[in-house]
Write a protein that binds this ligand. Sequence first.
Ligand code: SAH
Length: 354
Amino acid sequence: MHLLIDRLAAGEKLTRTELACLLERREGEHRDYLFARAREIQHRVFGNKVYIRGLIEFTNYCKNNCYYCGIRRDNRSASRYRLTEEQILECCRAGYELGFRTFVLQGGEDPYFTDGRVTGLIRAIKAGYPDCAVTLSIGEKGRASYEAYFAAGADRYLLRHETANDGHYGKLHPAELSLRRRMECLRDLKDIGFQTGAGFMVGSPGQTMDCILDDLEFLRDFEPEMVGIGPFIPHHDTPFAACAAGTLELTVYLLGLVRLMLPRVLLPATTALGTISPGGREQGILAGANVVMPNLSPGDVREKYLLYDNKICTGNEAAECLDQLRQAMSSIGYEVAVDRGDAPGHSKTEGSEL
Ligand code: SAH
């Protein structure tokens, strides 16, 4: 087992059977060894720095109906909101002061936010904070829209592929959404020049080890600059209300594996990971993750952006509790960087807006 881990750490491409073997035998000693090697790589590439991103959940309106997601269109109980441009800029102002140099605009697929509104928003943030990166996480759009966002100055785009297995994709999404279209979006984003993020949920209903192998092989071949991996957590107003959540154990192990496969990847220890276990994000960092995304959304909307139940939103994952986060990171040997934290070798230089 150590040999397989060493080969992966040396940049070797493992066969599917070898990857399956690593997935099956993930207990005790192997696990510790995998994490140690993943940390070693993380240190070599990033030192002891952890990057922070200020997450602004700016709308929970969504035209999609993904079975797992709490803000799906058919959830009549969701109390919908959208932030104004002024509110969003106020989040950035507060965030900048706290030390954030990346703002992540995340939302449902909300038709109110036309390309004109989105590009206006990007330009306003870039004008006010030219030394900051802007990340978008607003779903599937046409190539022309992505091009417009990039031209307006957006640097990164997060679009989890959710699962690289076509049959599984069909179990998580209604028929109008397809894996083929998702992948097309990801290719467009990368091609346009975004630092591009893919990723998936761990333990989503119907996920098998075969699906996870598809995910790992896809990530290895696509080589995204960012990978978001968090446990699936049921939301009470979705078709998956009664399903079990993904585990901390498997999620953290997959973070380690992805660090070994993609040494330079920006890899968050997600809010979902912190939600299923109090020390979840720290365990994620110790497995090879190097990013955390504290919540910068205004206090009164945080509980409305509920993708899943019991989402943490008042503890040290909140942006205003950055000092607690700094302490938590320093207690495990890491330092929170005040830095854009671009993917190595991929930075658009400051103020290079077109
Ligand atoms: N609308 C955007 C942003 C989605 S929210 C988009 O389509 O990309 C960001 C991520 O939250 C999703 O990609 C999904 O992987 C995750 N998510 C949604 N519901 C979840 C749940 N019930 N448990 C855990 N993660 C969930």
